[in-house]
Write a protein that binds this ligand. Structure first.
Ligand code: CA
Length: 227
């Protein structure tokens, strides 16, 4: 999988640098722009997602968004703004933003939203919209689990956990990674929350939950999905 590239459009250098550092630590490629003009130029490099501040020295960041959408370009855009009122939020979303975050924001929340937007995009474009194993089919788009001809209800975090593991068959995933990548900013659960969700999932997807064949415990580390 290619490393996603994020264009950070922000004129406040402390925020720009802070975002750049953190996003690079999270494994993204990052470009930065401090003005509308620089942002329009940087779009030539086709980033996967644009973090877009609105108050820029040479105009409103929404000009960048309008320019993109007017050309039919669906690049993901997350708008940042001190104008965090509901009207501004609706305005941004009406112009085709994928998400909108008011300033000041918590870095963790921004990172979680970036991941969520990129995830939705990759799901929407992914040809593999279902994942099948055993007698189970996970319909990713509809967020449904089918077992034989039956539809099995999954709680939201059960679905997210199963999807995260099933997308990386054969790879051992640590509990800390699951906390960070699946639960993210939502809550701060303990590692026991993960164990509890795995137990619940096994009852739904395993022929014999007591000796699982798909959701495997890797002693002292975490879990592995075997198709
Ligand atoms: Ca600004």
């Amino acid at each position: 999988m290619n490393t996603p590239c994020i264009l950070v459009v922000e004129d406040e250098l402390s925020i720009q640098r802070g975002l750049q550092d953190q996003l690079q630590r999270d494994g993204y490629r990052v470009e930065v722009a401090g003005t509308v003009a620089e942002a329009l130029a940087a779009l030539q490099h086709r980033p996967d997602l644009v973090v877009l501040d609105r108050r820029l020295p040479d105009g409103d960041g929404l000009e960048v968004l309008r320019d993109l959408r007017a050309r039919g370009d669906r690049t993901a855009v997350l708008v940042l703004s001190a104008r965090g009122t509901t009207d501004d939020r609706v305005h941004g979303l009406e112009h085709g933003a994928d998400d909108y975050l008011g300033k000041p924001f918590h870095l963790r929340e921004l990172l979680a939203r970036i991941r969520a937007v990129l995830q939705r995009r990759s799901e929407a474009h992914s040809p593999a919209a279902t994942i099948a194993f055993g007698d189970v089919t996970l319909d990713v788009g509809a967020r449904l689990l089918r077992r034989g001809s039956e539809i099995v209800e999954l709680a939201r975090m059960e679905f997210e956990l199963l999807l995260y593991l099933a997308r990386q068959p054969g790879r051992t995933v640590s509990r800390n990674e699951l906390l960070d990548r699946v639960w993210g900013h939502d809550r701060f659960p303990s590692t026991r929350t993960i164990d509890y969700h795995v137990l619940a999932l096994r009852k739904k997807v395993e022929a014999d939950p007591a000796s699982p064949r798909h959701l495997i415990t890797v002693h002292r580390v975490g879990y592995r999905f075997d198709p």
